[in-house]
Design a protein around this ligand. Structure first.
Ligand SMILES: *[C@@H]1O[C@H](CO)[C@@H](O)[C@H](O)[C@H]1NC(C)=O
Ligand SMILES: *[C@@H]1O[C@H](CO)[C@@H](O)[C@H](O)[C@H]1NC(C)=O
Length: 267
C-alpha cells in the first residue's frame, strides 16, 4: 500500500516536472550562493573563464523581479569571456541569461552571446528593452543530445567541450556582461518569457503613446505659430497687432494737427 502511494507520488511529481519544467542549474554571476523567491538554489559565481566580478547594482532597486540580488552582481569584461555548464541529460532546455543595466542610458551599449562558435544573440542592448535598474532576461531554447546542442534546428559547432556547454559573452560596440545563468529543463511557455514580452510590449506602447501626445502638442504649437506668421506677413494685420500703439500715436498726431489747424480754421 505504502509502495503504491510512493509510486503515485513519484508519477505525480514526474508529470508536474514534465508539464511545468524545472531549473537544472543556476549560477549567480559575480555573486554569492543564493536561494531565490521560488526556492531555486543559485551557485556562487563559478565555471567562468575571464572577466571580473563586479557589483554595479549593489543596494539598488531592480524593477520587474522578486530577486534583485541576482541582478545586483555581475561578471563583466572589457573583452570576451565565457561560462561553462555541465552537459545535462538529453532533452529540451531553455538557457536563461539575466541582465540589468545600472551605468548607462546610452543606446548602442551592445554585446553578443554565442554558444560554441555560433552567435545566438546578436547585439543585445538591455537599456533599449527595459531602461536602467530593471531585470531583463534572455531566453535561448536549446535541444541538447548526448553530444550536440541544437538551436533553431541548427547544430552549434564546438558547443560542447569536455562534457560542458560553452556560453560566450562577446564584445561588440560595448563590453559584455551577465548577472545570472540558468539552465531550465522545459519549454518557453514554462518560463517567464511570454510575461516579459507582454510587459515590454505594453511599456513600449505606453512610451510610444506618450511620444505621440508630445508630437501632437508640438504640431499644435507649430500650427499656432504658422497662423501667427501669416498674420505678420499680411500687412494690414501689422496695424491690428500693434493696435494700442498705433491708436496712441495716431491720436497724438491728430491732436497736434488739430491744435495747429484749429486757430487758422475758418468756420
Ligand atoms: C571575441 O569573440 C569574437 C567572436 O568569437 C571574435 O571574433 C573576436 O576576435 C574575439 N575577441 C578577442 C579579443 O578575442
Ligand atoms: C547607434 O548606432 C547606429 C548605427 O551605428 C547609429 O545610426 C545611431 O545613431 C546610434 N544611436 C545612438 C543613440 O548613438
Amino acid at each position: 500500500m505504502i509502495n503504491m502511494d510512493k509510486k503515485f507520488l513519484i508519477i505525480v511529481s514526474m508529470t508536474l516536472i514534465c508539464s511545468f519544467g524545472q531549473p537544472i542549474y543556476a549560477v549567480n554571476c559575480g555573486g554569492e550562493e543564493y536561494i531565490d523567491s521560488s526556492g531555486v538554489f543559485w551557485n556562487k559565481d563559478q565555471g567562468y573563464k575571464g572577466g571580473l566580478s563586479i557589483h554595479p547594482g549593489r543596494n539598488k532597486i531592480v524593477k520587474y523581479t522578486n530577486d534583485p540580488a541576482i541582478y545586483q552582481t555581475e561578471r563583466h569584461s572589457s573583452d570576451n569571456f565565457s561560462y561553462n555548464i555541465r552537459l545535462p541529460t538529453p532533452g529540451s532546455y531553455i538557457l536563461i541569461l539575466k541582465f540589468a543595466e545600472f551605468w548607462s542610458s546610452n543606446a548602442n551599449k551592445t554585446f553578443s552571446i554565442g554558444i560554441g562558435q555560433n552567435i545566438v544573440i546578436n547585439s543585445l542592448e538591455i537599456y533599449e528593452n527595459v531602461k536602467d535598474s530593471a531585470a531583463y532576461d534572455v531566453f535561448i531554447p536549446l535541444i541538447i543530445t548526448e553530444d550536440v546542442v541544437f538551436w533553431n534546428n541548427t547544430p552549434l559547432a564546438n558547443a560542447i567541450e569536455n562534457e560542458k556547454i560553452i556560453v560566450n559573452f562577446i564584445k561588440a560596440k560595448s563590453n559584455p556582461k551577465v548577472s545570472g545563468i540558468m539552465l531550465f529543463k522545459g519549454k518557453l511557455e514554462n518560463t517567464d518569457y511570454y510575461e516579459q514580452e507582454r510587459r515590454i510590449k505594453h511599456h513600449k506602447k505606453l512610451f510610444q503613446h506618450k511620444l505621440e501626445i508630445d508630437e501632437k502638442f508640438i504640431q499644435n504649437q507649430l500650427e499656432k505659430e504658422k497662423i501667427f506668421d501669416n498674420w505678420e506677413t499680411f500687412d494690414g494685420v501689422y496695424v491690428i497687432k500693434n493696435y494700442p500703439v498705433t491708436l496712441f500715436l495716431t491720436s497724438i498726431l491728430f491732436y497736434i494737427l488739430f491744435q495747429k489747424l484749429m486757430p487758422k480754421a475758418k468756420w
